[in-house]
Design a protein around this ligand. Structure first.
Ligand code: K7E
Ligand code: CUA
Length: 636
């Protein structure tokens, strides 16, 4: 990990940008005061006795507990927000709550051309929408390693990966035999598997069989390799699966199940008083896969372990009241906390009791060691690294802070009250997350409350209101609400990561699957992408046009094609200066895409009726930006 960061640092230093120098100077200026701050905090797991200038700046800032980030100042944390129905991921600065970037993932994005340029269109199979709920970063040794962000698509059962160095999607995996891929979670001991839950039960295989017999439907818990993004195996269970979690050791993964009944309508899904937490025994499952104790479902080549029915070596069902939603692992790795949704309780499962439960020595329910009442409609839980938990309560519109050790004490001793504080949030909170909450380095500084309704909190902007992502200071004994953050619908989940763990490049890195595609194309045509400036006829009705751009000119100020030609326009930005993006827009052809510094992109379209069509750079790049254009001459 350290080595990779070093390599990226070198790349950043080579870019020699003004902002690099500014960050460096800023870090240098505050280093004197930083040791006081870090001693007072004592909660970062990294080497705080000898902090890097970057980390020293973070510690200093956090120690002062500044909410306001003044003009020109940088946030202490990166927040990665899902984008819900927008199909994207957003980067939000914490604590300013300023939206810094939108990363298109499963959506067609007009600003960048994502979903329409050749690479992303192929990656998404031509689909133009998605529904992102859960974002999680890759881990090494129980904490974020700053390499990847994984995000689900509930709409089309997919998992995408964003590279943290370029902040672009490089892989998308279609998950077989699944619908409603909802909870996802990467393993935490290393960049290993990413586990993905199918929320919807479907016929297995879904090829026309069993359509009218829901008792035969099932759902898949899918393991995807976080490095290769290949589907490794699936486990078939009878109930549905909602949220997902992994332990810190690589032994188990978890899924909440709110429809153990197998209902297909509301009444049916709510019938039972208890549903359960599925616990997946990963070693037993992988042994079954390697021994071939698997089935195939439909056309998919992925091995499937059939674990439907009763508890067995692969899956354990821990009874949880009632229709549970979130499952979150505390930063010590000792407990899985399941939120009851239709029960006012959260159930605390002690993870080191699960081996005995798998061995039949105790009942699965005996692994539950606490069940405090937290309010009406508990959904998700975050942690501060000081033994406290924060549960989002949807119906009551509050966040309940409670102490885990006290809750365990209170289980059987009613005189103990584990509830420490309830704070109003506005309104109808879904997810909640705290800075580094899902790592062993939970630092107990900031809590993000993602509220579904904003009602009266902002100017009325019509029937579709913004969401309200609120910021709560949890560094002291009491929670304090410090900020309202309107967002476009609908981020479900967010993770908050100290800025020194993330090292994006300021210009494009010419590697990865997209550049494999372009390097192959250039080799085939015998051209150099960094200078190619020509029209190549690839066959009847097919033309490839290479253009390079450097502010404020394109290398071709005109090119000729024939009406009806399939035209592939390949554009390289030669500028290696940060912020100096160009783009390519062809009038009246629905062609419009971004080309970042040192980037190559392409889009394919059909040349229209004979005539002259101006193409131009749509990104403000130079005083002569408006002159950065040329003519596509379409002949009959
Ligand atoms: Cu609770 Cu999709 Cu994570 Cu929404 S899910 S809130
Ligand atoms: Cu290049 Cu505007």
């Amino acid at each position: 990990m350290a080595k990779e960061h070093d390599e990226r640092d070198t790349i950043e230093q080579q870019s020699e940008s003004g902002a690099d120098r500014r960050e460096f100077m800023r870090g240098g200026l505050v280093i004197g005061g930083s040791l006081v701050g870090s001693a007072a905090l004592g909660c970062f797991a990294q080497d705080d006795q000898n902090p890097s200038p970057e980390r020293a700046a973070v510690l200093e800032h956090v120690a002062q507990n500044k909410v306001d980030v003044a003009p020109g100042e940088l946030d202490d944390y990166y927040g990665f927000w899902s984008g819900g129905q927008s199909g994207e991921v957003r980067i939000v600065g914490v604590p300013s709550m300023r939206e810094l970037k939108r990363i298109p993932v499963f959506n067609r994005d007009a600003a960048t051309g994502w979903g329409a340029d050749d690479f992303s269109k192929a990656l998404l199979g031509g689909r133009q929408s998605g529904d992102t709920h859960h974002v999680h970063l890759s881990y090494t040794d129980g904490t974020y390693d700053g390499r990847y962000v994984y995000v689900n698509d509930k709409a089309s059962a997919r998992l995408a990966r964003i590279r943290c160095d370029t902040m672009e999607v490089d892989r998308v995996t279609d998950i077989p035999n699944s619908q409603g891929t909802h909870g996802i979670f990467p393993q935490r001991h290393k960049t290993g598997l990413v586990l993905c839950n199918a929320e919807f039960r479907t016929p297995q295989a879904n090829d026309g069989r069993d359509m009218d017999d829901p008792s035969k439907y099932g759902a898949m818990h899918t393991a995807i390799d976080g490095e290769t993004m290949e589907v490794k195996w699936q486990v078939l269970v009878e109930g549905n699966m909602d949220l997902c979690a992994t332990d810190y050791e690589g032994k188990y993964s978890f899924a909440t199940c709110y429809n153990s009944e197998g209902g297909v309508n509301l009444e049916g899904m709510m019938a039972a008083e208890r549903d359960h937490l599925y616990v997946f025994n990963l070693a037993a499952i992988e042994a079954a896969v390697s021994e071939g104790k698997t089935i195939r479902v439909g056309d998919s080549p992925v091995p499937v372990v059939d674990a439907r029915g009763a508890d067995g070596p692969y899956v354990l069902r821990v009874p949880i009241p009632k229709s549970p939603h979130g499952v979150n692992i505390d930063p010590t790795g000792a407990y899985a906390v399941c939120a009851g949704k239709l029960s006012p309780t959260v159930s605390v499962v002690q993870i080191d009791k699960l081996d005995a439960a798998f061995a039949g020595q105790i009942k699965p329910r005996d692994a539950v060691v606490a069940e405090p009442e937290v309010g009406l409609g508990p959904l998700h839980t975050a942690f501060d690294g000081r033994g406290n938990a924060y549960t989002s309560i949807f119906i009551d519109s509050v966040v309940t802070k409670w102490n885990i050790a006290k809750a365990i004490e209170a289980y059987g001793d009613e005189t103990v009250d584990p509830i420490l504080q309830k704070i109003d949030v506005h309104y109808q909170i879904g997810h909640i997350n705290a800075s580094m909450s899902e790592t062993k380095d939970a630092d107990g500084q900031w809590l993000i409350a993602l509220c579904k309704f904003s009602k009266d909190r902002f100017l009325n902007v019509g029937p579709l209101h913004p969401e309200n992502d609120q910021l709560i200071d949890i560094s002291g004994d009491e929670m304090k609400l410090v900020h309202d953050g309107p967002t476009f619908p609908e981020p479900h989940d967010a993770v908050v990561v100290p800025r020194d763990l993330i090292h994006p490049s300021k210009i494009m890195l010419r590697n990865g699957p997209r550049f494999e595609l372009y390097d192959k194309m250039a080799e085939e045509d015998g051209v150099d992408l960094m200078s190619a400036s020509q029209v190549i006829r690839k066959g009847p009705g097919k033309v490839r046009v290479y253009i390079v751009g450097a502010a404020p000119v394109f290398s071709l100020t005109e090119f000729r094609v024939k009406s009806g030609d399939e035209v592939q326009l390949v554009v390289t930005n030669l500028d290696a200066v940060e912020d100096l993006s160009h783009g390519m827009c062809v009038s009246k052809h629905d062609v419009n895409f971004l080309v970042n510094p040192q980037d190559t992109k392409s889009m394919t379209f059909t040349a229209g009726a004979p005539g002259v069509y101006w193409y131009y750079c749509p990104w403000f790049c130079h005083a002569l930006h408006l002159e950065m254009r040329g003519r596509m001459i379409v002949e009959a």
